[in-house]
Design a binder for this molecule. Structure first.
Ligand code: H2U
Ligand code: ZN
Length: 347
């Protein structure tokens, strides 16, 4: 019997982080006896008087949102990072080290309509979200005390999202956070060795193989990475190696909005539920250095596993040893790809 990754337990390498994931494809063949039931459809109103993100409503601390249409950005009322905190380090020997960190945190309302989510929004309205990301990135990157801008979206109560109103966040900081810092190192090493970005070579290979591709347009590809950890983890990768969103053309920005929608429509259609995830952009630091090795992409980390209500927990072996998955990246990609392309609520 010879080893093949479709049937036999194996480990896969993540070249962006240097981590490994254990894949146990034989286990996905075991019978599942958990419940598979459709959750009640949540019919939210277009305006919720109790929502702190809806137009005209009051937020914590007594500020009022304007009567906005489209997108609206404000500084997080409970920012995790602050601009005016004193600088310093604690160096109490090798084992007790700390450094001050500062930054700016913002919240972005994606749309005035409380009932919508990205997969239910028009591409032209998602494009406005991309435009706000660009404006915010430009403003924050221009701040000498900001060296990294993390744009992200937490969607769904099971991802700890506090409010269903369509929104995302930006946390920008003086330091380069842990995950982007890993990708700085791996992409730099790859670029120095091959003279190409890691993700251009990866994308080229994936487009040839066609087993993990979910969708593609002129400027972006959505795929399940070979090394995915979460059952339906995905990435959106730009075809052109750009360091950050400011380098995207008008057409590329619209194509990003379109593929953000098509991926999240697949997600919603999978279990016919508003699919929870944490997603975010990874781009080069904004510390005035040049990062030719950096290749813009988005990660999507959704926690659902077998149905609308069965969540994957990273516990036990995964917490203590190595993350593990049963359904392979290829199997997950096939399931998502084979779904209807229109949102289930419209079908
Ligand atoms: P989530 O999407 O992860 O739930 O975050 C919403 C953010 O909104 C959260 O970071 C902020 C919280 O601090 N927030 C305000 O800035 N003002 C409010 O009135 C409530 C929540
Ligand atoms: Zn709302």
């Amino acid at each position: 019997m010879s080893f093949n990754i479709e049937d036999h337990p194996h480990k896969r390498f993540n070249p962006l982080t240097g981590d490994w994931v254990l894949v146990s494809p034989h286990r996905s063949k075991r019978p599942w006896q958990g419940q598979v039931e459709k959750p009640a459809v949540d019919d939210r109103p277009g305006y919720d008087p109790g929502c702190y993100l809806c137009p005209g409503n009051e937020r914590a601390g007594g500020k009022f949102n304007p009567d906005y249409k489209g997108t609206f950005v404000f500084t997080n009322d409970f920012s995790a990072l602050l601009t005016d905190s004193p600088e310093g380090t604690l160096n109490d020997g090798e084992l007790f080290q700390a450094e001050s960190e500062s930054g700016i945190c913002k919240v972005i309302c994606f749309n005035e309509d409380h009932s919508l989510t990205i997969p239910e929004m028009e591409v032209s309205d998602i494009r406005k979200v991309v435009d706000v990301w660009c404006e915010q990135f430009e403003e924050l990157a221009g701040n000498k005390d900001i060296n990294y801008v993390q744009i992200f979206e937490n969607k769904g109560a099971i991802m700890g999202c506090s409010n269903p109103h369509p929104h995302g966040q930006i946390w920008s900081s003086k330091g380069i956070p842990v995950e982007p810092a890993k990708e700085c190192e791996t992409q730099k090493a790859y670029f120095e060795k091959h003279g190409q970005t890691l993700l251009s070579d990866y994308l080229k290979a994936e487009l040839e193989k066609q087993v993990r591709i979910l969708d593609e347009n002129d400027s972006f590809v959505a795929l399940i990475p070979f090394w995915a950890v979460w059952p339906f983890e995905a990435m959106i990768v730009s075809k052109r190696a750009v360091q950050n969103i400011l380098e995207l053309s008008e057409k590329e920005k619209t194509d990003l909005a379109a593929i953000y929608k098509s991926l999240t429509v697949m997600y919603d259609n999978l279990f016919e539920v508003s699919f929870a995830y944490s997603a975010g952009l990874h781009q080069a630091p904004c510390d005035n250095e040049d990062y030719p090795e950096w290749h813009l992409h988005m990660h999507f980390y959704p926690p659902l596993l077998r149905s609308a209500s069965v969540k994957k927990f990273m516990v036990g072996y995964e917490m203590l040893a190595t993350p593990q998955r049963d359904i392979t990246a290829e199997g997950a990609a096939k399931r998502l790809r084979d779904l209807p392309k229109t949102h289930f609520k419209k079908g």
